[in-house]
Design a binder for this molecule. Structure first.
Ligand code: UD1
Length: 432
């Protein structure tokens, strides 16, 4: 197991290129199961969640060729099974997309229940199940395996998602509906950029999906999808994470290969704190900071609101703001496991219900800390970069699930961060 050793205090400077979006990639890769031909997918991030999905598809009989520079050819014509029950399925959240994809492909799915980041509370999939059931699937869960059976395939249906619009349920129902008999309408659909990206991918391959990016999505089922080439959008959250790191260290970083519109809510909150954020081109922005932050209140909401996947990172910055800030998460109410770790660095944070109340301080101090999930891990790295002294972050496998070469990228901006294995040896990513 590796850990990161960070000596804080160096302002980040330079230019950073953002990779393909994790949450788009983990939907588009299973979507290749719907395609009768070769999908060439470009801008695939080099992260462990993607490796895991590739290994699941390979075990099922898919052929996946690495074409270099983040491009892969995925050919699922050799997949002869409707089951995905191996151990890898329980290691990632996105394995639940195999349910929608296999139902669309085979009219049946036997799939191990998903794992993924533990935010300290339940992560139900009842809205996914409700959608599949409305489309004619019978669902049963026994011994950790979800079985979905149809009588000759899925039928289009009208589905109203309850509560907070679920990203996972919206994507899963889109996958299932793309080849169903008839039209499916998803109301109260989630609107995140990666939902639009999946719809674009499927439409490129011949699907008929309208309204992605709004709260009503209409999917007219088609018989076949053919192969083609598609490039994944850039990662909104990776970009936001580097924006926060640049701001927290009092640096100046140009962030390229981004879609500025997807970052508006993050840019807006950083500006409110006193950070300069300006566009330097169609697909790049500059973040510049003096490290004097005003207190702010942040509420994580579904897109286009402030993303829950950025709330731990902004909370880390607010530990250094002038005054008392609040961070409320309206998507996952218990996503505050990182607070105890920041406290070890001297942060003053109290959690009440779904709100963290953060009393800003002059400084954080380095400490041994542990990442308990992906974005919390990113927040701890940011805190380490901002802190006085040395921080050791354990649990970095969570971070590497979603950030491509985070150590190499931060080092290229001047950060003093290395990755070492348990024996103290430099690990591969730190060596390059
Ligand atoms: C996805 C993302 C995750 C992100 C989250 C919110 C992937 C692999 N993961 O997670 O990075 O943090 O969206 O943007 O893309 N809910 C239910 N029943 C359901 C489904 C969800 O009650 O069937 C609730 C959840 O508990 C949560 C809210 O709905 O309170 C939103 O969850 P959802 O958008 O589904 O998150 P995930 O798909 O798990």
């Amino acid at each position: 197991m590796s850990k990161y050793i960070i000596r804080g205090g160096t302002p980040l400077r330079g230019q950073i290129t953002i990779s393909g979006a994790k949450n788009a990639a983990v939907a588009i890769i299973p979507a290749a199961l719907l395609v009768d031909g070769v999908c060439r997918v470009e801008n695939v991030p080099d992260i462990s969640d993607v490796d895991m999905l590739f290994s699941i598809l390979r075990q099922m009989g898919a052929s996946i060729t690495d074409c270099g520079s983040g491009a892969f050819e995925i050919d699922c014509r050799g997949v002869k099974t409707h089951a995905a029950t191996g151990e890898a399925m329980q290691k990632i959240r996105a394995s639940y997309y195999l349910i929608g994809a296999l139902l669309a492909r085979c009219g049946r799915a036997d799939v191990a229940m998903p794992g993924g980041c533990n935010f300290g509370g339940p992560r139900p999939i009842d809205q996914h199940v409700k959608g599949f059931t409305a489309m004619g699937a019978e669902i049963d869960v026994k011994n950790g395996i979800l079985t979905a059976v149809t009588d000759g395939g899925l039928r289009g249906a009208s589905i109203f998602l309850d509560g907070i619009p679920s990203v996972g349920a919206t994507i899963n129902i889109m996958l299932a509906a793309a080849k169903a008999d008839g039209t499916t309408i998803i109301e109260n659909a989630a609107r995140e950029p990666h939902i639009v990206d999946l719809a674009n991918f499927l439409n490129y391959m011949g699907a008929n999906i309208r309204g992605a990016g709004t709260n009503v999505i209409r999917i007219r089922g088609v018989k076949n999808l053919k192969g083609g080439s598609y490039s994944i959008i850039s990662d909104q959250i990776e970009a936001g994470t580097y924006m926060a790191a640049a701001a927290g260290t009092g640096g100046r970083v140009e962030i390229i290969n981004i879609i500025p519109k997807h970052l508006e809510c993050i840019s807006g909150k950083l500006r409110e704190m006193g950070v300069e954020v300006y566009e330097s081109g169609d697909s790049s922005i500059v973040v510049e900071s003096t490290r004097r932050f005003r207190k702010i209140d942040v509420t994580a909401m579904p897109y286009p609101g402030f993303p829950t996947d950025m709330q731990p990172q902004i909370a880390a910055l607010l530990c250094l703001a002038d005054g008392t800030s609040t961070v409320t998460d309206n998507v996952f109410d218990t996503r505050f496991k990182y607070v105890d770790e920041l406290a070890k660095m001297g942060a003053s944070i109290r959690v009440t219900g779904r709100t963290a109340i953060i009393q800003g301080l002059d400084r954080l101090t380095g400490a041994p800390i542990r990442a308990h999930d992906l974005r919390a891990g990113a927040a701890l790295v940011i805190a380490g970069l901002c802190a006085n002294g040395t921080t050791e972050v354990e649990g970095v496998s969570y971070i590497e699930r979603g950030y491509e070469d985070i150590v190499g990228k931060l080092r290229s901006l001047g950060a003093d961060i290395i990755s070492v294995d348990d024996g103290g040896e430099l690990s591969e990513s730190a060596a390059v």
